[in-house]
Write a protein of this length. Sequence first.
Length: 183
Amino acid sequence: MLFPSVDDPEITADNWIHAGVLLLNASYEALTTIRAERAVVLLLGGAAETVADRQPHFPIRSKHLEMALPETIRLHRYIYLEHRILVADENSRATLGAILRRDQFRCGYCAGWARTVDHIRPRSRGGPNTWGNLIAACGPCNSHKADRTPEEAGMRLLWEPRAPKDMEKAQRRIWKDLATTTH
């Protein structure tokens, strides 16, 4: 992980700039986690607004300004992301880019650098484009496996592919918070 999680309680004057801030689209859909320094730039530039401040309160100070370190910010303008899929379960459809990011560009068979995605149950045998049936694969492993199952090819998966849950959890929390503030 590049920076502390949104829930990291140990924020100090030395590390606040690397803290994670949840970035929401204008529609309140979770997009990603960004560094606090980027969140402050978006806020000061007027591109976003604070939805929730980090608790306990942590002030960010400059010569002429003081603001609270945000936990969640929302963009003012909607960003359309065609490839973005909100995950509900293991059977949700997944994209090539999302699988590579989930597997951190590591081959699920040899842990080498992956640039392709493999269908664990081949498409020719009805294998779907789902989180549970796709895994990142390097070229040699993908070619060796070919149109076979891992067992038939004598290959072993290093991990069980699953749908990412971090954004789903964040999205449920956002909708719950919004529901409680509107009543």
